[in-house]
Design a protein around this ligand. Structure first.
Ligand code: PLP
Length: 394
């Protein structure tokens, strides 16, 4: 199909809430995506950080196909072997005290579940989150998302919540009180511009929550599954939150997410407090089990740390040579942001990169966010990055 045909075909059919890129994606293999014209692209964005083991990893295709032929959907009314396997794996990868999980389908649903859990556990009504955070687009997740561009038009539908600057423990201390059910924070803000807090931030949040009886929710939807160089980003500080949300990379392309908690918090909910039709179905769990196996077997978190450091060094070298263009390079593992000075210059960067055969993402107006598959071949990564950098200086 030709692009023009696709455009006119969907013009009167698709809900106009997305700016499409001018390509019809038809096939993905590893870190390459092919469009309907047969053009191949290096993918430095991995479906917004989802395809962490690359597009259509053979083991994932095989596991999903085999499970699809056996059993796809049961609802949570039944025990299923893939889900038993998954909740065991999740308990193994989380800090010791985090032993329980509930499997859902999207990151935003994991956040909703986490907020409900915090309310149940504390009986309190308020939440504190951080400026420029992103936690999803349903009304609960939006309530704690610290970006007006997403919230303002739906303000009438949302309960109030408190937003404080990210990486500011004094502000957090001042905002959390005996009415706070939970503090929700991303260990590294992804959507908000790849914002990495100072060492000790997560531990500081833990102390503040402990002092007030609020829960600490770490939203690892974007930072989890090896993205920052550890299986979970919380490992960088060795902090144990009360609730962890996971999504994106967990299914490697299959919609699956989860929220994890401690036994103590889990004891505060009752049968019927939460539920889902699709969440945790055998097909989704089979996908997640395979992704977790591949991440571990192929040591992809370690690879993300190594390759991410190499990428960051390279970008820092570029930044030093182009101080007029680059404000900063920041990130952790394979979640790296190149902060450009001039937002106007960013305007068509994504389109120009696509034209040169590279898929790259721009967030927070002027942050080029690199978050490719964790197993992207080094040559692809460097070639894609070089292409983007050449467009930055153009
Ligand atoms: C930190 C974080 N939380 C939650 C979400 C929402 O996840 P989903 O789009 O799967 O609902 C996202 C999505 O970008 C995210 O980055």
């Amino acid at each position: 199909m030709k692009l023009e045909t696709a455009k006119s075909q969907e013009a009167s059919r698709f809900l106009p809430v997305v700016n499409r890129l001018p390509a019809i994606a038809v096939e993905g293999r590893g870190s390459r995506l092919t469009d309907a014209d047969g053009r191949e692209y290096i993918d430095l964005m991995a479906g917004w950080g989802v395809t962490c083991i690359g597009h259509s990893h053979p083991a994932l295709v095989e596991a999903v196909s085999a499970q699809a032929g056996r059993l796809m959907q049961t609802t949570n009314i039944f025990y299923t072997l893939p889900q038993l396997d998954l909740i065991e794996r999740l308990a193994e990868l989380a800090p010791q005290a985090i032993t329980r999980s509930f499997v859902v389908s999207t990151g935003t649903e994991a956040v909703e579940g986490a907020l409900k859990l915090a309310h149940r556990a504390t009986g309190r009504p308020h939440f504190v989150s951080t400026l420029n955070s992103f936690h999803g687009r349903t009304l609960g997740a939006l309530r704690v998302t610290g970006q007006d561009k997403h919230r303002s038009i739906f303000q009438d539908l949302m309960l109030p919540s408190t937003v404080v600057p990210f990486d500011d423990l004094d502000a957090m201390r001042g905002a959390v009180d005996s009415e706070t059910a939970a503090v929700i924070v991303e260990p590294v803000q992804g959507e908000g511009g790849v914002n990495v807090p100072r060492d000790g931030y997560l531990a500081g949040l833990r102390e503040i929550c402990d002092a007030s009886g609020a829960l600490l929710i770490l939203d690892e939807v974007q930072t989890g599954m090896g993205r920052t160089g550890r299986m979970l980003a919380l490992e960088h500080e060795g902090v144990t939150p009360d609730v962890i949300t996971l999504g994106k990379g967990l299914g490697g392309g299959f919609p699956v997410a989860a929220f994890l908690t401690s036994d103590a918090v889990a004891q505060t909910v009752n049968i019927g407090d939460h539920g889902t039709t699709y969440g945790g179905n055998p097909l989704a769990c089979a996908a997640a089990n395979t992704v977790l196996r591949i991440l571990t077997e192929e040591k992809l978190p370690e690879r993300a740390a190594r390759l991410g450091a190499q990428l960051t060094d390279h970008l820092k070298g570029f930044a030093a040579e182009h101080e007029d263009l680059v404000e900063e390079v920041r990130g952790r593992g394979l979640l790296v942001g190149l902060v450009l000075r001039d937002a106007e210059k960013c305007g068509d960067l994504v389109l120009r990169a696509l034209d040169q055969g590279v898929i790259v993402n721009l967030t927070a107006g002027r942050v080029v966010r690199f978050f490719p598959a964790l197993n992207i071949p080094e040559e692809d990564l460097m070639r894609g990055v070089e292409t983007v950098l050449s467009l930055v200086v153009e």
